[in-house]
Ligand binder design. Structure first.
Ligand SMILES: C[S@@+](CC[C@H](N)C(=O)[O-])C[C@H]1O[C@@H](n2cnc3c(N)ncnc32)[C@H](O)[C@@H]1O
Length: 218
């Protein structure tokens, strides 16, 4: 697949801490039935061209992936900032539709489209409401609301990924200068409440790096 040639040569060297997880995301998408289109829903689109290590360039990569997939697919991407959506549109092809508006509302419109076309989501990628690392709650609540808005179209196979969702560690420094963990690490950042919900409903953690992902939400 030409995509992997491009990913390994162009994208991976610039993705920094997201390389490992994007590689797992695209490997996961490769496992869907090759004769069927895949459906990607993304909140928070590419806003700054070439900002690979900072933001990730997710929409560009999803678009490249879909263009190269023989059975095709569609990416619904959205952002509240019209400057971001205008920039994003100039970098993607016809397999990506970019919407402007609050993701919690736009996702309900996307849900109508999925209902009309009988489609379900292969990859739900949540990366909107920018995070304040000193107060993750507003962003983490927003990302849980996004999951609620589109939940009907999540299947047991849907990979739900939250960006900026590394693990929080609570530890104490021991006498020799090492650190002892006081409890198991838990996903935080944008994914804090999605992770709590995932644990409560028995979703399976697929990975936790700088991004975190689950399957089996339903
Ligand atoms: C970190 S950036 C997305 C980066 C992108 N995923 C990438 O890899 O290049 C976060 C984006 O979320 C958008 N955003 C913030 N609040 C939002 C909301 N309520 N609804 C939709 N988008 C929002 C911002 O305008 C910003 O462009």
């Amino acid at each position: 697949m030409m995509f992997w040639f491009w990913f390994n040569g162009e994208a991976a060297p610039k993705l920094a801490m997201r390389e490992v997880s994007f590689r797992k995301i695209f490997n996961y998408l490769d496992n869907f039935d090759a004769s069927q289109p895949v459906v990607i829903v993304e909140t928070g689109c590419l806003r700054t061209p070439d900002n690979w290590a900072g933001d990730g360039q997710s929409t560009l990569m999803f678009d490249r992936y879909l263009q190269d997939r023989s059975a095709g697919g569609i990416c619904y991407a959205m952002d509240i900032d019209p400057v971001a959506t205008a920039a994003c549109r100039s970098f993607v092809g016809p397999r990506t539709e970019v919407f402007t508006g609050d993701s919690v509302i736009v996702l309900r419109d996307v849900a109508e489209r999925l209902r009309a076309s009988g489609q379900k989501i292969s990859l739900l990628y949540l990366d909107s409401f920018d995070l304040d690392w000193n107060n993750v709650t507003p962003s983490a609540v927003h990302h849980l609301k996004e999951l609620v808005s589109i939940y009907e179209f999540v299947t047991p196979q849907t990979l739900v990924v939250v960006d900026d969702a590394p693990m929080d560690v609570v530890c104490t420094q021991s006498a020799n200068g090492g650190f002892d963990m006081l409890r198991e690490p838990v996903v935080s950042g944008k994914g804090k409440f999605v992770a709590e919900y995932a644990a409560q409903v028995g979703a399976k953690n697929f990975f936790s790096h700088y991004q975190s992902a689950w399957t089996g939400f339903r």
